[in-house]
Design a protein around this ligand. Structure first.
Ligand code: UDP
Ligand code: MG
Length: 313
């Protein structure tokens, strides 16, 4: 059995030598053939040269290097589209997800005869309170909004078999929320519980902006409820407007003179309706933006270098 390990890397020079050592140690201790497929996502530090030096002395290492930073999900997608294993493990470069559990995940895969083994975080060490809280709230909100139920506390760390990988390769969509797509696909999925560690070195490469972008791909890619929210808000505002109108008529007819023809009610109504309109236009904008990106049909990533593949570039 061949095992591919897909590892996206963005500015990971601090951690890469240690990661390479641990990945190699773990994979060579198993009886399986393996490849370590590193995807350099347009790093600006020494990540690429480190990867090239690993690849030079070790044929297990394959390197895809992007022409610029295309983002984590695209880096993983590229790795998946270029790996050759019977099973593939997706894992971060920063050793937060310990490579030592990969053999146990393979064991679970064989024992359960499952198609996907997804890693679920028991514990998360060394992550800020803000990150843990937003993650908790977000995954639960996604489950509420979406028509599918996604496992919570699960990232992209998972093992997938050929069948799932081949299915994935047929997906034409560009804005990929991988963890969502894999669980949406179905097949036999088994959880694998593990403790998530602190980053071995370096800082998180997920800026707040990138985190929001990923979160919005998840929600707008898997839920149409925000569109329905626009209808509910519109209905609510019409209802409130009718009540205010009735109140004004009542005052005019029965409490003559008590209604000061004031601007307050006018302004409140304008602001309220204006807010709802902008909000709903924003929601529409998100979906239209996604449609726009999909119709342009640009590639999700551009590969600059390919090392140790059958056809190097
Ligand atoms: N990463 C990437 N491209 C990016 C951002 C991150 O390939 O634009 C990689 C990064 O090198 C790491 C993985 O994605 O291997 C997860 O990123 P990170 O550990 O910084 O995220 P966190 O664990 O803090 O959520
Ligand atoms: Mg990390």
């Amino acid at each position: 059995m061949n095992v591919s390990v897909v590892i996206p890397c963005y500015n990971e020079e601090d951690v890469l030598p240690e990661s390479y050592r641990r990945f190699t140690q773990v994979m060579s201790s198993t009886s399986y053939e393996y490849e370590l497929l590193f995807v350099n996502d347009g790093s600006k530090d020494r990540t690429e040269s480190l990867l090239l030096s690993f690849a030079e002395q070790d044929k297990h290492v394959k390197v895809l290097s992007f022409s610029r930073n295309f983002g984590h999900q695209n880096a993983v997608t590229a790795g998946l589209q270029h790996c050759s294993g019977d099973i593939t493990v997706i894992i971060d470069a920063d050793l937060q997800d310990p490579p030592e559990v990969i053999p146990q995940m393979i064991e679970t895969y064989l024992r359960e005869k499952s198609n996907v083994v997804y890693a679920v975080r028991n514990k998360r060490e060394g992550e800020s309170f803000g990150k843990l809280l937003t993650a908790k709230v977000y995954y639960r909100m996604l489950n509420y909004l979406s028509d599918y139920t996604f496992p919570v506390d699960t990232g992209d760390f998972r093992l997938i078999d050929r069948k799932v990988l081949d299915t994935f390769k047929r997906f034409p969509e560009k804005h990929k929320y991988l963890r969502g797509l894999f669980s949406w696909m179905g097949f036999k999925q088994t959880p694998f519980y593990y403790d998530r560690h602190e980053r071995a070195a370096g800082k998180t490469k997920y800026s707040i902006r990138k985190m929001f972008a990923l979160a919005s791909i998840g929600i707008f890619g898997f839920s149409k409820k925000p569109l329905k929210l626009a209808i509910s808000l519109g209905t609510l505002s019409i209802f409130i407007a009718i009540i205010i109108a009735l109140w004004i008529f009542y005052n005019i007819f029965f409490c003559a003179g008590s209604v000061v023809p004031g601007w307050a009610s006018t302004i409140i109504t304008i602001l309220f309706l204006g807010g709802i309109q902008l909000f709903t236009i924003g929601i529409l904008g998100e979906y239209i933006g996604n449609i726009f990106d999909e119709t342009k049909n640009r590639p999700e990533y551009i590969i600059d270098k390919m090392i140790n593949f059958d056809t190097d570039k």
